[in-house]
Write a protein that binds this ligand. Structure first.
Ligand code: LAN
Length: 737
């Protein structure tokens, strides 16, 4: 658990002054990036975004002054990089890091705390001060707030940040709030917020429940079986994050769970709208959404569906059927809470589950158990306190870090660090199933899996299991005297069992579960701001991670389920080739973006022996990456790639260390050094130039994404991937000299 506790006595006055100084520097750096984000809109309209090929000066391809970095320089950069990174490791072996980014999470927590009357008992004055600092830091120049820290202003971000600051005690005439309010009013008012925003405002009592499209809890009473036809619409078939968010939302909607009226909620009813509250047309507001927020507009069929449910709602409200539906919802909410030790699958259902437990019974044990686990989601960084996208990225970062450090060939030197990471891996594997019967709760098997964060959280994920398995296998090959005892074989076999179970009929792998419905179901995605949330889709990342884990495992334990693994690999590779884009790239779903996806694509091909020399697919991928390489040797992809699904780089930006590392790793996996090492030499030099004296790399633009449109910070990536890329470069290119 990563829990922040304020200690007024911590550090000497000098240390505190230094920390303040660092914080100022970091915040300024963030804000500079913010300004470039504000310019996005202008740049977009001026057509200054480019997707290459770039008219680059590739003079570095020649000789003079561009000789490859000397082996000693690379070695020193690596040693410096790993020893700095080792300093960030926690005692239990993982690497704590900022997992913030989205701007719509903390408001949910603050509204839930305010509603349940626990704001002051859960958050200390220092928590609140840091939250206010964060919200001040991330305001855009136009007064609004984005969906995420680098995004252009949206109604969702602006209204929720406004409300949060007010609940945290900031007055309406404050220099941050006045321009935010103007931003809202100029666009018609807070009723043009997205549907999730409408939900939060309704809970707080500053928006009418009449203004929501129905979140009918009755959907949980539909039959699940597909032969019934309607069974395809059962929430048990949704992507687990979508299912787990709409579950407590529909409970709270179904009971119209609302905060008591207070002078502050009264004031907000006046501040949020440019017209009198009583004059708002709620029926019309149901489908109102500011154009700034609209990423996935409702198809017509949805409007028809919501209209029908809206008409049915007065009959359902308070009925016996509603009672049965609500009981079914609470059954699933309690199950989720208990099976994640009240952490819950993510930040959104965490706070809404807590609210549901409170509305069910304010004095309940369930509600009390929720409270301390809120702190797992909070994180203080140089820009203030934020709510993170998960309870951390502990396992994920640790699994990558192990592979990165192992690639440097300096394991002996850093064995203490690897040993601790090894212990963390061992401790965080999920060793038992969730409570039975799994199928009644729509849960996939977990035993043997690795989670994204911690064992307490415990939801299994295909690629986290695979990266965990690969890290365990790498460590198992090292001297146990140095890195500790290997994880026993039966536990690795359990993991393989999970990984195999995740493969879908079409050969691909999705995230937490098998694909349970059709892409077509996306037409009922009501979220406006998020794309592709209804179905657990296959992804290049998950598929590649599973393929590379299975090949690594088969290399060490060739007899175990050999036939099945062989067949899974063949189907998996075929699937991956089918989703490679005509330009040779893969679209990355969880990182920015084509450099990330293409790295995974190349790793999977390499795992089955397909490289530049032998595979057209690998050659196409290399050609794509080389075409995007900048004249400074690096790569720098903008997050706009993710939303637009087209490679995007902004004019005037620095090369990005993480993109550069991904592209290098991809080229190295494809064996491009055997064709021409010069692009790799230039990329390595670029990474070394970007490295700071301390051995750290700068935190540049945001690197992670989900559901196409929302970005998320992976602070550890700035260290892990440059180390990994230079490590592989050193062993594959320099050692071959
Ligand atoms: C994550 C975090 C980890 C991520 C990887 C393992 C990196 C990826 O390869 C598979 C998908 C997964 C597990 C993932 C899915 C979506 C998550 C859970 C997140 C990005 C963290 C936050 C996000 C969650 C959906 C945020 C809440 C928002 C909703 C739209 C429900």
């Amino acid at each position: 658990r990563q829990v922040w506790v304020y200690d007024p006595e911590a550090g000497t006055p000098e240390e505190r002054a230094r920390a303040e100084e660092l914080r100022r520097k970091f915040a300024e750096n963030r804000l500079q990036q913010k300004h470039s984000a504000d310019e996005l809109l202008r740049l977009q309209s001026e057509g200054q975004r480019r997707s290459g090929p770039f008219p680059v000066d590739k003079s570095w391809l020649g000789v003079g002054g561009s000789a490859p970095a000397a082996a000693e320089t690379v070695e020193a950069a690596l040693r410096n990089g790993v020893s700095f990174y080792e300093g960030l490791q926690a005692e239990d072996g993982h690497w704590p890091g900022d997992y913030g980014g989205p701007m719509f999470l903390m408001p949910g927590m603050v509204i839930a705390l305010y509603t349940t009357g626990t704001l002051d008992s859960v958050l200390s004055p220092q928590h609140k001060a840091e939250m206010v600092r964060y919200l001040r830091n991330h305001q855009n120049a136009d007064g609004g707030y984005g969906l995420h820290i680098e995004g252009t202003s949206t109604m969702f971000g602006t209204v929720l940040s406004y409300v949060t600051l007010r609940l945290l005690g900031v007055g309406p005439d404050d220099a941050t709030l006045a321009p935010a309010r103007t931003w809202i009013h100029e666009r018609g008012g807070a009723h043009a917020i997205t549907s999730w925003g409408k939900f939060w405002l309704a809970v707080l009592g500053v928006y009418s429940w009449e203004g929501l499209n129905p979140l009918s809890p009755e959907m949980w009473l539909l039959p699940y079986a597909s032969w019934t036809g309607i069974g395809w619409l059962h929430p048990g078939r949704f992507w687990c994050h979508c299912r787990m968010v709409y579950l407590p939302m529909s409970y709270v909607y179904g009971v119209r769970g609302t905060c008591r009226a207070t002078p502050l909620t009264e004031a907000l009813r006046q501040e949020l709208y440019p017209l009198p509250y009583a004059k708002i047309d709620w029926n019309q507001a149901r489908n109102l959404c500011a154009k700034e927020d609209l990423y996935y507009p409702h198809p017509l069929i949805q409007d028809v569906l919501w209209w029908a449910l809206y008409k049915a709602e007065p009959l359902l409200l308070g009925s016996r059927l509603r009672g049965a539906a609500l009981a079914e919802c609470m059954k699933h909410i309690h199950y989720e809470d208990e099976n994640t030790r009240y952490v819950d699958i993510g930040p959104v259902n965490k706070v809404i589950n807590m609210l549901a437990c409170w509305f069910e019974d304010p004095g309940s044990q369930a509600f009390k158990r929720h409270l301390p686990r809120l702190l797992d989601y909070l994180w203080v960084a140089e820009d203030g306190m934020k709510m993170q996208g998960y309870n951390g990225s502990q396992l994920w970062d640790t699994a990558f870090a192990v592979q990165a450090i192992a690639s440097t060939g300096m394991a002996g030197e850093f064995s203490r660090c690897l040993k601790r990471a090894h212990e963390y891996l061992e401790q965080s594997q999920v060793v038992e199933e969730a409570q039975q019967p799994l199928s009644e709760y729509y849960r996939h098997i977990s035993k043997g899996a690795w989670p994204f964060s911690t064992r307490d959280h415990g939801w299994p994920i295909s690629d986290c299991s695979s990266e965990g398995l690969k890290a365990a296998l790498v460590l198992a090959q090292m001297d146990p005297k140095l890195v500790g005892p290997p994880i026993p074989e039966p536990r690795l076999c359990d993991c393989v069992n999970v990984v195999l179970s995740y493969q879908n009929g079409d050969g691909g792998w999705a995230t937490y579960e098998n694909k349970r419905s059709f892409e077509m179901l996306e037409i009922i995605n009501p979220s406006e701001t998020f794309g592709e949330i209804v179905v657990d889709y296959n992804h290049v990342e998950c598929s590649s991670a599973c393929i590379t884990a299975l090949t690594a495992f088969a290399g060490r334990y060739p007899a175990h389920r050999a036939h099945e693994i062989g067949a899974a690999l063949r189907r998996g590779i075929k699937y991956l080739k089918s989703i490679q884009r005509p330009d040779g790239s893969w679209y990355g779903n969880w990182g920015v973006c084509f450099t990330y996806g293409t790295w995974f694509g190349c790793e999977a091909l390499a795992a089955v022996g397909e490289t530049h020399g032998s595979s057209a697919s690998a050659r196409a991928a290399c050609a794509f990456l080389l075409q995007k390489q900048r004249s400074d040797g690096g790569w720098g992809e903008s997050y706009l790639s993710c939303q637009d699904k087209a490679y995007s780089q902004l004019e005037g930006e620095q090369p990005h260390a993480v993109n550069t590392a991904w592209a290098m790793l991809a080229l190295l996996a494809a064996g491009y050094e055997q064709v021409d090492r010069k692009p790799l030499d230039a990329a390595a030099r670029c990474l070394i130039r970007l490295q700071e004296e301390s051995g750290d790399w700068p935190q540049q633009h945001i690197s992670g994404v989900f559901n196409r449109n929302c970005m998320i910070t992976y602070a550890n990536y700035r260290n892990i991937f440059p180390i990994w890329a230079l490590g592989v470069y050193r062993s594959k290119v320099l050692k071959q000299q």
